[in-house]
Design a protein around this ligand. Structure first.
Ligand SMILES: C[S@@+](CC[C@H](N)C(=O)[O-])C[C@H]1O[C@@H](n2cnc3c(N)ncnc32)[C@H](O)[C@@H]1O
Length: 755
């Protein structure tokens, strides 16, 4: 019969195979690789001692990551197969002999790192094993304290048992920084954990009691009090077994959960809650989700654990109420059955007891409420944190945008990167966009709907979610200063005309959509729209507010929506308030709101289209100036091109540098002639790509044929070369012919072979 092996140990996981493939002697090598990747203690170390090192996987990793010619010593009870540049000792690390052997090996040296992956021979009793492991760790620490340099590191394996906390405390007495972690390569089912102690303080004198297990290991009981403690932000650490308990799966009844003094701690220990009370199982609070959660508590997150706690509170309240009702009913029965008064007197103590319990239930309710409040406060704090995160994200985005503008990757107010303009996808926006298109076509009914309508296009004072989203998109289109400015003005206007608030919202948002989304609109469209709107705007008394927008948009902050003409116009408005006012005033004219009420001939309409609009007060020169500016901006190389050019330049310089060195070597060579030197120098510089500069050659096609002497044709300057127009064609013809004959030959030989 074969020996029955433990499943966890025999299971060959990816690290096992990886170790086999990469030539590491043990899968634990990857634990050290991962620990070192996180804490970087091997790279700087010049000397290292690996305690309990067989078969030598950690030693291999150490010799790979430590600087060449570092001193590496490995100790183990069993012999370690030799590893290049590693000294191995066969000793028991708990003995004095081992200490002396190490002293002999190290002489006066001290080491920078002490590793300990020691695992005593485990067997019959987990509790005993855990203790021997902790003892082994303590002995490893003792050696570390003797041989470590000041500031050195001690990396050790520890099993999560009751001795874990005392061990951590002891480590903290000797090292500045003590961190526990479980590398990925460590199996989840293993209770091992790795503690990285950094910054050895090297005390002058060490009390021997630190290394005496009797003194060192005292019980430290830690109870979880909050859900956050139960599920920390970081990856949970592996838990060891508690005394006398050799299973990891713990099942409790619902009654036990309801009776538990500390519900959170209870959840920390329980793996499953079973239903032992049908009444509670069918309670409305016991939803399918709750039942699912009860099946495997270990996999639950904070949210689900809170759900269970709330459920518990509900059930407890329900039970308390039920008891109360029962007591009341009992009371009524007592008062009704006067005949049984005497017998009642015997039962009364029982009822009183129940009443007292009921009162206790009331106290419990208070506790529950306090607990609930505490939880609510926790939730609130989480919400606040979430909000803070969002704000931080928003600020980060704005900072990035500013940086992009500084790097000339974006224009002010225009983000190439930020294309997630929420307002583009808002249903409200789409509706308004349609209405605006209609208005721009002259449909003033749509304008009526926009401004006066109580329908879904209307922006109410309270503002629903969509309103908020649109306002947000409006805000996110401006930078901080603009936003503050606009908000300030909005407040002032609200004070001045409180009744017009809803109208103001309506107008301002319409224009926002116009300016933020109408990328294709030019100033004439804007102008027409404003003309169409002008009467309404006048009615709301908000032309200045509207023109704040126009100003912001046209003075470069919204450059993307305006063409050169628009920019020129915006510039005019920006320079003078009067000009802006005049511009608005001039939009109120008799053609502003005409609806073509009568039939007119086509020629008249054409004429009207051409001439009825007041010309925009912008000169051609101004438009040209802004066009030129756009051209300059367009001509700027994009960042990637600039980077590629810089890379090319760097490569060239490097090549030149190398060529220069080679050329110097050639020049300094004595045993070759000057001519040879010249030839070599030429070839070096040619290879480096610094040959003769390419001359501009003009090709002259003649019928006489290439290479023949031809007079300089009139109008040709500089170097010219005579070529035959037919040559290319002839060459190609010849090549074709050659291929053809080759093909024939191969088919003939194939035929011959077949024959
Ligand atoms: C998990 S293995 C170490 C694996 C090693 N880190 C590697 O990467 O190859 C644990 C080792 O601790 C050793 N060990 C246990 N008790 C010891 C002691 N008292 N002194 C020295 N070595 C010990 C065992 O012999 C065993 O080789």
């Amino acid at each position: 019969m074969g020996k029955k092996l433990k499943v966890g140990k025999t299971r060959k996981d990816k690290f096992y195979h990886l170790a086999k493939e990469t030539g590491y002697r043990s899968r634990s090598s990857f634990k050290l690789i991962q620990l070192n990747r996180k804490f970087q203690f091997l790279q700087k170390a010049r000397a290292l001692v690996d305690l309990c090192a067989a078969p030598g996987g950690w030693l291999q990793v150490a010799s790979k990551f430590m600087p060449v010619s570092s001193l590496i010593i490995g100790v183990d009870l069993v012999p370690i197969k030799p590893i290049p540049n590693v000294v191995t000792l066969q000793e028991d690390i708990t003995t004095e002999k081992c200490r002396q052997a190490l002293r002999k090996e190290l002489q006066t040296w001290k080491v920078d790192v002490v590793l300990n992956d020691g695992a005593p021979n485990v067997g019959a009793n987990w509790q005993h094993d855990a203790f021997s492991q902790a003892h082994l760790t303590l002995m490893a620490l003792k050696l570390a304290c003797e041989f470590l340099n000041k500031g050195g590191s001690f990396v050790t394996k520890v099993f999560r048992s009751k001795d874990y906390q005392p061990l951590l405390w002891i480590f903290q007495q000797f090292f500045k920084k003590v961190q526990a972690t479980k590398p990925q390569a460590s199996r989840n089912e293993s209770a091992e954990i790795f503690v990285i102690c950094q910054g050895f303080v090297a005390p002058d004198k060490i009390d021997s009691k630190f290394f005496d297990p009797k003194h060192a290991f005292k019980e430290v009981e830690v109870q979880a009090k909050t859900v956050r403690e139960l599920i920390p932000d970081k990856k949970p650490k592996a838990e060891g077994y508690s005394d006398g308990d050799l299973t990891l799966f713990h099942t409790f009844t619902l009654t036990a959960f309801l009776k538990a003094d500390n519900a959170v701690d209870f959840l920390g220990k329980a793996s499953e809650i079973t239903f032992d009370n049908p009444d509670l199982e069918s309670h409305s609070a016991t939803t399918e989700e709750i039942k699912e959660c009860c099946r495997d508590i270990k996999v639950l997150g904070r949210k689900e654990l809170r759900l269970l706690l709330n459920w518990r509170s509900k059930l407890r309240r329900y039970l308390a109420k039920k008891l109360k009702d029962e007591a009341k009913q009992l009371d009524q029965e007592i008062s009704l059955s006067s005949d049984e008064e005497e017998s009642d007197s015997e039962e009364k103590p029982d009822k009183k007891k129940k009443m007292a319990e009921e009162e206790d239930g009331g106290d419990e309710e208070d506790d529950e409420e306090a607990e609930m409040e505490k939880k609510l406060a926790e939730l609130k704090a989480e919400e606040v944190a979430e909000l803070k995160r969002k704000k931080k994200k928003l600020l980060k985005e704005r900072r990035k945008q500013r940086e992009r503008v500084e790097l000339k990757m974006d224009l002010p107010g225009v983000s190439i990167a930020n294309t997630d303009d929420a307002s583009l996808f808002s249903l409200m926006t789409v509706k308004k966009q349609k209405a605006l298109t209609d208005i721009s076509k002259g449909d003033m009914q749509a304008a009526d709907a926009l401004v006066d309508g109580e329908d879904d296009l209307h922006f109410s004072d309270e503002g629903d979610d969509d309103d908020e989203a649109d306002k947000m998109s409006l805000a996110s289109d401006l930078d901080d200063d603009d936003l503050a400015d606009v908000e300030q003005r909005q407040k002032e206007l609200e004070k001045k005309a409180p009744k017009k608030k809803s109208e103001m919202c309506s107008c301002s948002c319409d224009l926002t959509i116009l300016f933020s989304n109408s990328t294709s609109m030019n100033i004439v469209d804007v102008w027409t729209l404003l003309n169409n709107f002008s009467v309404r705007l006048k009615a709301t008394g908000l032309p200045h507010f509207v023109f704040n927008w126009l100003f912001l948009c046209s003075s470069g902050k919204k450059a993307r929506i305006l063409d050169a003409e628009g920019l020129a116009l915006g510039c005019q408005i920006a320079t003078s308030k009067k000009k802006a006012r005049d511009l608005v005033d001039s939009s109120f004219h008799r053609f502003a709101n005409s609806d073509e009420p009568w039939e007119v001939p086509e020629w008249f309409l054409d004429d009207e289209r051409k001439h009825r609009k007041k010309p925009v007060p912008v000169t051609k020169e101004m438009v040209e100036e802004y066009k030129q500016k756009w051209r300059e901006i367009d001509a700027r190389p994009i960042k990637r091109v600039a980077e590629a050019k810089a890379r090319k330049k760097r490569r060239m310089l490097k090549k030149m540098e190398q060529a220069k060195k080679k050329a110097e070597a050639v020049v300094n060579t004595v045993d070759i002639s000057e001519r040879e030197k010249m030839a070599q120098l030429k070839s070096i510089y040619k290879k480096a790509g610094v040959g003769k500069e390419k001359r501009d050659v003009t090709y002259v096609v003649t019928k006489k044929g290439a290479g023949k002497k031809v007079r300089r044709p009139p109008g040709v300057k500089g170097v010219f070369k005579v070529v035959d127009g037919r040559m290319k064609k002839d060459m190609r013809g010849m090549q074709r012919k050659e291929q053809h004959t080759k093909g024939n030959k191969t088919t003939k030989t194939r035929d011959k072979r077949q024959k």
